[in-house]
Design a protein around this ligand. Structure first.
Ligand code: PLZ
Length: 442
């Protein structure tokens, strides 16, 4: 594995109480200035970030197992990305591609057309956020098919705009009190091997039967699936589920959309989570890890589908911002030149080693995921989802300087989303803290 250069010392440091005095003051300002609905997880206010470290305003250094929700995969201040951003911003910050075009947008589109699964002819449109990519994918699928129905999976997360909120499953905190939601969204069962005990083929049959009996392919524009579910619990469908659903979509003039916003861009050790089973989606939504932390998202897909909307039918003021595009081009190069895919796979192997002592425990229902998208699901002694234990572990780890995120509709899953640039010793140390906290609280 190639050694990376770091600017910040890659060590956990807890010199101050968490939060320390400066962060405490900043948090008081937050409460007075921001709405109550916007609540950060980490008590420390960040002043610097690099590799696997988040440094706060009081001089604490946390091990970051969140990477800004799976975004800073090449690092939060990757030198190649920083340089590309500086060079780009010195020339122009913005023109709006639909008004005055520039090369970097086209180059990002070409690269995503090359990297996404399948060797068919493709097109890419660039946008700002994950939710905006999902909105556009649905728009394009409806325009192409002339149909309106949208199928999402149970536990899905697709965003917080009105259409994507309706597509997201979990009511609190995402949807509660924010309706009404857009019509023509249908929720179908997703494969969840730990809970349903079904093979991929059986789970797909259950899903397809529901689609045929309750919606009908002639009413359906698209089926959208996270190939590994993110917010919904890092659920990995059983092998065979995705290929069977894709085949049904292909046979029935229904656009299959893979939402790779969280699982894509090398997170699982491959460019896309769909690559694992050779699944070829019609459209792919991409964001998060694509631009080294700069806001950028994309819809990439089959040329004939992407070309359906009329000229001027796709766009927006900021989509494909030139500084974000420059960051994306540098990010692609980093992934390739420094073999970040191998780094992701190594993180998985190390996690299996470090977590080994607790994997046989009856309170650990499952360790799952791929590459650097890993999770532990916890249950009580009588097998019920254990959110209390999960929150104790996450809070306890935070107190020891390890930032962890949770997920799942039952709030009983701890997810690991380290930067792929985290050095191995920090990753081991963070996992050891998790093991220690589990043994302390179980
Ligand atoms: N699709 C699969 O994971 C964003 C959101 C966290 P945006 N996931 C993190 C939160 O609290 O809002 C996500 C995702 C998948 C779509 C999205 C939406 O991406 O960039 O947050 O809009």
């Amino acid at each position: 594995m190639q050694e990376l250069d770091y600017r910040l010392e890659q060590t956990r440091k807890l010199g101050q109480p968490i939060p320390g005095p400066v962060s405490t003051e900043l948090d008081a300002r937050r409460k007075a200035a921001l709405p109550a609905g916007m609540v950060p997880s980490l008590p420390g206010y960040v002043v610097d970030a690099d590799g696997g470290i988040l440094a706060d305003a009081d001089g604490n250094q946390f091990i970051d197992l969140a990477s800004g929700i799976a975004v800073t995969s090449v690092g939060a201040s990757n030198p190649a990305v920083v340089k590309a951003v500086q060079d780009a911003v010195a020339h122009f910050t913005h023109t709006s591609f639909s008004v005055s075009p520039y090369e970097s947008y086209v180059a990002v589109a070409e690269k995503l057309n090359e990297l996404t699964p399948g060797d068919h002819e493709k097109r890419t449109v660039l946008l700002n956020s994950g939710a905006e990519a999902v909105e556009n994918a649905v728009k394009i699928a409806r325009n192409y098919t002339g149909k309106t129905g949208v199928v999402v999976m149970d536990r899905a997360f697709h965003g917080r705009t009105n259409l994507t909120m309706g597509m997201t499953a979990k009511q609190a905190p995402y949807k509660s009190g924010f309706g009404p939601f857009a019509p023509e969204i249908y929720r179908a069962p997703m494969s969840y091997p730990l809970r349903d005990g079904l093979t991929g083929e059986e789970a797909a049959k259950r899903t397809i039967t529901m689609l045929e009996q309750e919606i009908g392919a002639h009413n359906l524009a698209c089926v959208i699936v996270e190939p590994i579910q993110g917010e919904g619990g890092f659920v990995v469908p059983a092998d065979g589920f995705l290929p069977a659903v894709v085949k049904w979509c292909n046979d029935n003039d229904v656009v299959f959309i893979a939402d790779e916003i969280q699982a894509g861009m090398m997170r699982t050790g491959d460019w896309f989570a769909c690559d694992y089973e050779g699944v070829v989606p019609d459209l792919v939504t991409i964001a998060k890890g694509v631009a080294g932390g700069m806001p950028l998202s994309a819809v990439t897909g089959r040329a004939e589908i992407m070309d359906a909307p009329q000229p001027g039918g796709l766009g927006g003021t900021y989509g494909g911002n030139p500084v974000s595009c420059a960051a994306a081009l540098a990010t692609f190069k980093e992934y390739e030149e420094k073999d970040f895919g191998a780094r992701a796979k190594n993180l998985e192997a190390v996690a299996r080693e470090e977590l080994e002592p607790i994997l046989g425990d009856e309170r650990v229902a499952e360790f799952r995921g791929r590459g650097a998208m890993l999770a532990l699901e916890f249950v009580t002694a009588d097998g019920q989802p254990d959110s209390e234990l999960v929150h104790k572990i996450a809070d306890g780890a935070k107190d020891e300087g390890v930032l962890l995120l949770t997920c799942g509709l039952d709030h009983n899953v701890i997810r690991f989303l380290p930067s792929l640039a985290i050095p191995e010793h920090l990753w081991r140390e963070a996992l050891q803290v998790v093991v220690k906290k589990f043994n302390e609280y179980k």
